[in-house]
Design a protein around this ligand. Sequence first.
Ligand code: ASP
Length: 418
Amino acid sequence: MPTQRKVLSFHWQILIALVVGSGLGLVCHSALDDPQTIVKAGNFVANLFVRALQMLVVPLIFSSLVASIVGLKRDGSLATMSRLTLVFYLTTSLIAVFTGLFVVNAIGPGKGVEFDSLFTGDATRDLPTTTGWDAVLGIATRAIPENIFAAASSNRSILAVIFFAVLLGVFSRRVSTEHTATLKKFYDAMFAVFMEMTMFVIKFAPVGVGAAMLGVAASGKLSSFGSLWLYLVTVFAGLAFHGAVALPMLLRIFGGRSPVAYAKSMAPALMTAFSTASSNATLPLTMSSAGEAGVSEQTRSFTLPLGATINMDGTALYEVVAVLFVAQTLGDLSLGQQVVVAITALAASIGAAGIPSAGLVMMVTVFEAVGMGERAILVIPVILGIDRVLDMGRTTVNVWSDSVCAAVVDHRIKSENE
Ligand code: ASP
């Protein structure tokens, strides 16, 4: 009788790779005089995996959104899906921002610390971004592409790709029924092919995740936090509350699902988000894991590409904590100014691309909104030093929030249809 080989389930394979990669990396970092070769080897392999995922992002976003929109019934389903998705995304981001305000005021990581003792450096450097409210308005401008091919050629202009895909979907419904039917077949087929490619690339997730963790840990980015450790604890306290309490509660109440079971199904995506620090690159896994968890293709095709781009709860929370932490080293901000930080952080999180350290770049906007723009030049290089580990945490929360939204919207739509 042929013996049956028991294969470890996929999320366990990834988890083991994650733990082994981190462990090996930490050992290399402390035992080797120069762990650079290990760092380079880990980063090289991880980069191949991340690039393969990123290669799929634009085609996947494009085909899934268009196919989903064209496939929606003409009975107001598009309006319902859009309304539910946007309301949920906005609500969770607002909860995240308030959680950020709460933890940073309660823990006070910058209280009693002198600004000059932490943030010293070259104040003449230019930061790679525009500043103030112009930057917030710029998000809206950049959402409309001048040239769709130029937009589709950069993972930083996904918002513009989404805008075009939504329009294409909507207008594909307005032509004759015959044309709509032909287009629907075409978009569905395109999406099916890209999902097949995705399933192929995803097989390499354990290797990619393990290698990414090896590179990050061997470089010391998981273990050297210096005087910024309390700031780190504050960010993680906020992220932990949002990810392990607020979102699960919403999932249970509005999505009618067990948060633990759902998190288990989403584990491959969450661990990839953690190790790659990119919600964009993780999108292929988020889509497939949500499928495994029973979220309908229509809903996940609509909600997840949007979420990976505009719904970044972890980033919003992080921006609030970071800016208020710096403000605490200078005195403190009034309640009114804290509200301004909260609103700008929300806008910045919508505008941030789903790539590593994007939140840090957008932070200049938040600093500028409360008149601390020139301080950002000193602060950002310092907090960049420990950004990787924070980025891993906030990206995991970003992807978890998208996944929860997909499940909630799916549940609401299914119950409305019954
Ligand atoms: N890395 C985050 C993401 O991809 C964005 C950020 O830097 O906060 O979701």
